[in-house]
Design a protein around this ligand. Structure first.
Ligand SMILES: *[C@@H]1O[C@H](CO)[C@@H](O)[C@H](O)[C@H]1NC(C)=O
Ligand SMILES: [Zn+2]
Length: 503
């Protein structure tokens, strides 16, 4: 460096610090250090279609300090307020709450991670997700492993994230261990009645589940159960030469018949009777995840509801969008458990959802790396089972639901209100005064092709069964606690989602 530069340097440094000072001034006044793409903390979101618990209104939602502080139903709001984002005819509704997502972080972040998974969630209009206790490593089954989850999530999530803990044989009969996990903030527990596919997450039986429910009762938190019981008679089909061409979807479908789901639900109902009012586990709740069998299994759940058991059930968009008949041989992107069944079953699932017998929807976003999907081999029996979907669930539900005449209010019920209730999120799930300003703005009528040109944020988009589909329903903007975290292909600079812990 020569002398001239040495003299200029302090001057430049001074100039730089001035610029920095004004930048800080400006950004502190507006967004908090890059958390939002919109530079105000007090503003109004206006639209002709705002979905509220009192119906769809034309008006504006006032947001201040991350919460909804007023809702004005007024055609003549313009000019009155200072900071208005007018979305015209686009739909403004509560952000989606996905109670069933596997973000695999820490330990298998190459499958999906907190940054990628929550960016994809935000791009799809999801403002809160509850992360499953498995597919990450180690599985979230203790206070120590929950701590690892929370540490991995902090400062790397674009939406709010809560956690389910695992109910496994190791902790099921240890009330001290379960209470510690619940005290540490998991929103409830999750268990499997069949092998989970993950070695450090072993399956549970009705005895474990009964013990788990009795602890959960005190906390009034739910147990989520993967409800399939392997029957020995049929499981030989999963061996390599037992049941025909492993590239054929029907071979895989036969390895996991509806009777597996039915057997599991039947067994569950022997313990859910404890959750009835006056029962030994009153206060606990059982939630059947990703129901695929819309026949006997669903009938049993309906019966249990009628007799007063505290039980709910979800299904997932892939069971509502696809049917076994249309899954090409070798296309393992469609492999999940329980499997996608035939078209008649799909029809029954839709009817059950419309009737209210299925309570809510979740993504069961369960991706992996492309190599484990065995896309080249196309071996359904060996490929990883799990559908990658978190970014697409809103347009998928909407698009495939058109045929059944679904409404915006139903979408909100299935994707926001009821999931909020299940996860104990009383300040979320509705456009209502006092709630978090968790909002999705989208255009139901706008169609798009899910191809390479579409901005995708999931880590391995090539394994998603939805790629190549034409969908209806474009997400324009996603707000989480008042921060505009996603807008037309772009995310906020900083990841400012909260880890939400049960108290
Ligand atoms: C129960 O869990 C606690 C906390 O993890 C542990 O210290 C204790 O050893 C466990 N008890 C049994 C009998 O395994
Ligand atoms: Zn799952």
């Amino acid at each position: 460096m020569d002398l001239l530069h040495w003299k200029l340097f302090p001057l430049l440094a001074l100039l730089a610090s001035f610029l920095f000072f004004f930048y800080i001034q400006d950004s502190s006044k507006s967004s908090q250090s890059g958390c939002s793409l919109f530079p105000h903390s007090h503003y109004w979101i206006a639209s002709k279609r705002i979905v509220t618990p009192q119906g769809i209104i034309s008006g504006a939602v006032e947001i201040k300090g991350g919460s909804i502080v007023s809702i004005v139903k007024n055609k003549d709001w313009s000019g009155k307020f200072k900071q208005v984002v007018d979305y015209g005819n686009a739909v403004v509704m509560p952000g989606l709450i996905d109670v069933h997502a596997h973000l695999d972080d820490p330990g298998r972040a190459e499958w999906e991670g907190f940054p990628s998974g929550t960016k994809a969630a935000a791009a799809g209009g999801i403002t809160t997700l509850i992360d499953m206790p498995l597919n990450n490593f180690p599985s979230t089954v203790s206070t120590e492993t929950l701590k690892l989850k929370i540490e991995a999530a902090e400062k790397s999530i674009y939406v709010d994230v809560g956690f389910w803990g695992g109910l496994v044989p190791e902790n099921a009969f240890n009330a001290t261990a379960l209470e510690a996990l619940l005290d540490a903030g998991v929103h409830g527990l999750k268990s499997f009645m069949c092998p989970s596919g993950i070695n450090d997450f072993p399956m549970t039986d009705a005895r474990h589940i009964k013990a788990g429910l009795s602890v959960l009762a005190k906390y009034k938190r739910p147990l989520l159960v993967h409800s399939e019981i392997q029957s020995l008679v049929e499981s030989h089909l999963e061996t390599k030469d037992g049941g025909g061409d492993p590239r054929s979807y029907s071979t895989y479908l036969k390895t996991r018949p509806p009777s597996w789901e039915e057997a599991a639900v039947r067994e569950l109902l022997t313990v859910t009777k404890d959750t009835r009012s006056g029962g030994p586990a009153e206060g606990a709740h059982l939630h059947v995840v990703h129901l695929s069998d819309a026949s006997s299994s669903l009938d049993l759940i309906k019966e249990a509801k009628r007799r007063g058991d505290s039980i709910t059930v979800e299904t997932c968009p892939h069971y509502l969008a696809f049917s076994a008949e249309e899954i090409p041989d070798g296309d393992t992107r469609f492999k999940c458990a329980p499997p996608i069944r035939d078209a008649a079953n799909k029809e029954k699932l839709w009817n059950a959802l419309m009737e209210g017998d299925i309570d809510m929807l979740s993504s069961d976003h369960s991706p992996t790396v492309p190599e484990l999907k065995l896309l080249n081999d196309g071996n359904f029996l060996k490929a990883w089972g799990g559908i990658s979907s978190i970014q697409f669930v809103l347009p998928v539900t909407w698009s495939y639901g058109q045929k059944y005449g679904i409404t915006l209010e139903q979408l909100v019920s299935w994707w926001s209100e009821r999931p909020a209730k299940l996860a104990g999120q009383h300040s979320k799930g509705a456009i209502a005064i006092g709630n978090h300003a968790d909002v999705v703005v989208w255009e139901p009528e706008v169609e798009f092709d899910l191809n390479e040109d579409h901005p995708m944020f999931v880590k391995n988009p090539s394994i998603s069964a939805y790629i190549g589909k034409r969908l209806s329903g474009k997400v324009l903007a996603t707000f989480v606690r008042g921060n505009l975290v996603y807008k037309e292909g772009n995310h906020a600079f900083a990841a400012c989602g909260f880890t939400i812990l049960a108290t």
